[in-house]
Design a protein around this ligand. Structure first.
Ligand code: NAD
Length: 479
């Protein structure tokens, strides 16, 4: 199936008629093509967006909210169809796409359909000066949303929904590795009555299509989710043009497990936080630090549970771990497993590529646990972004916190303990934008979302996203 660009409400081939192969990772075969868009396609998308902006930014909040709700409703209606498309394009278990990815994409639209009706600006009365200040929060204009392949529709809509709710028009680019559900979103937007040009979706490589978006002089804001190196590059290109930037980047998230935790819940959740979506979630806990007194028990129990996970075709209902997203990503993840021994690490579980019967060319890998000796090894310092976690014991809370913070990233952290004082102290001192205590990936869409250090700048989620996608203007009236 050929994917097209979605510009001004129409489905168009790229101007140069150049295409990129789209792979189904569970069978390792090309199953369609997507546009390899260049500067001209991006310019056409920009022109459509800029033409739509006066109308959309003056559309009532009620009307915008209704259209966003309709999109949410259609996403829900097409749950099976979209989950199937996502799973085929990405390799993730169909069950997961159906339970998480697509419902969350619908929730993103529904949440911002509601949030925009509650978003307000401030007024400051300058007492004694006979003046009144109020703040206008105005849409920025044409903005861009660029997203990665791991949670394709989930993250794409997480950016688009607040951008258009706030009255902006969008030039969006999904990952070239997983373009399918972004393509299907265009049809849904037309069906929901979103005016032409409010959302434009341009497909293609990061280095050409993405680069053209970032370099475009009149696209005024970029909400980007992806790798840290790409984020740094985008910041370098965009900064001299003073674009507004929100960068949600990589992670190397610690799990700190203390002996006083609710053990069974911790164990079950740690399997999930390690290997959900083949470990390809920026919020997966990839460095697991365990208090010495329960280390050996945890090691045995964790290995046993992980070895029970079934690696298989995404559409097999028994499958826990599907295919990795691409051949090159599989090779990258394997290259980290291959250095384990050199780094003094010991593979406790997994470590091998899996050949799934009937799907022999798919990109399957066993869930892998590596015991490491030193937090300063590559396995603990670099983002692997696959089904690979490391284990290390610690003696004290002070040591655990130091290990957790001794990394360049700071996206999320998970803490397992029932000690209130320890919870308060570590939550405050840990380098992370999100701290989960006795749970993982419990999301409330009103909360701020983002990272510190090399995990990014800026916050999305809730009103933070609406603030990002608006410009605050102070008006001071003397009376
Ligand atoms: P990536 O950086 O390679 O690509 C992300 C997007 O950026 C893609 O659409 C890509 O085409 C585009 N891109 C690449 N080069 C570009 C350029 N020069 N200009 C403009 N756009 C460009 O990331 P990926 O491999 O798709 O995704 C995996 C990464 O995303 C991991 O590091 C992961 O941690 C991170 N991630 C972060 C979060 C978060 O919320 N912090 C969420 C999910 C994934």
């Amino acid at each position: 199936m050929n994917i097209k660009n979605y510009i001004n409400g129409e489905f168009l081939s790229p101007v140069t008629n150049r295409w990129i192969d789209n792979y189904n990772p569970s069978i390792g075969e090309v199953y369609g093509q997507l546009p390899n868009s260049d500067v001209e396609d991006v310019e056409n998308a920009y022109q459509a967006a800029t033409k739509a902006f006066p109308g959309w930014s003056n559309t009532s909040i009620d009307e915008r909210s209704k259209i966003l709700s309709k999109i949410a409703g259609l996403l829900e209606e097409k749950l099976d169809f979209l989950a199937e498309a996502e799973s085929k394009d990405n390799g993730k278990p169909f069950r997961l796409a159906k339970a998480i990815d697509i419902p969350r994409a619908a929730a993103n639209f529904q949440y911002f359909a509601n949030a925009i009706t509650q978003f307000s600006s401030e007024a400051h009365e300058s007492i004694g000066l006979d003046a009144m200040n109020y703040t206008l929060r105005q849409p920025i204009g044409v903005v861009s949303c660029i997203s990665p392949w791991n949670l394709p529709l989930y993250l794409f809509t997480w950016k688009i929904a607040p951008a258009i709710a706030a009255g902006n028009c969008v030039v969006a680019k999904p990952s070239e590795i997983t373009p399918m559900t972004a393509y299907l979103l265009g049809e849904i937007c037309n069906e929901a009555g979103l005016p032409k040009g409010v959302l434009n979706i341009v497909h293609g490589l990061g280095t050409t299509t993405g680069q053209a978006i970032v370099e475009h002089p009149h696209i005024k804001a970029i909400s980007f989710t992806g790798g840290t190196a790409t984020g740094a590059h985008i910041a370098r290109v965009a900064a001299p043009m003073f674009k507004k930037l929100s960068l949600e980047l990589g992670g190397k998230n610690p799990n700190l497990i203390f002996a006083d935790c609710d053990y069974d819940n911790m164990l079950k959740t740690t399997v999930r936080s390690s290997f959900s979506n083949q470990g390809q979630i920026c919020l997966c806990g990839s460095r697991i630090f365990v208090e010495e007194s329960i280390y050996e028990k945890f090691k045995t129990d964790f290995v046993k549970k992980v070895q029970q996970l079934k690696v298989g075709n995404p559409f097999d209902s028994e499958t826990n771990i599907g295919a990795l997203v691409s051949k090159s990503h599989l090779e990258k993840v394997k290259s980290y497993i291959a250095i384990a021994a050199d780094e003094g690490g010991e593979i406790l579980a997994g470590g091998e590529q899996v050949v799934v019967e009937g799907y022999e060319n798919g990109y399957y890998l066993q869930p892998t646990i590596i015991e490491v000796k030193d937090n300063n090894c590559k396995l603990n310092q670099e983002e692997i972004f696959g089904p690979v976690v490391t284990l290390m014991p610690f003696k004290t809370a002070v040591e655990a916190l130091a290990l957790a913070n001794d990394v360049k990233y700071g996206l999320s952290a998970t803490l397992w303990t029932n000690d209130l004082k320890r919870t308060m102290r570590i939550s405050k001192e840990i380098h992370a934008g999100i701290v989960w205590v006795n749970t993982w990936l419990l999301r409330d869409l009103r909360t701020p979302f983002g990272g510190v250090k090399a995990s990014g700048v800026g916050r999305e989620g809730g009103f933070e996203a609406l603030q990002f996608f608006t410009e605050a203007k102070n008006v001071c009236i003397k009376y």
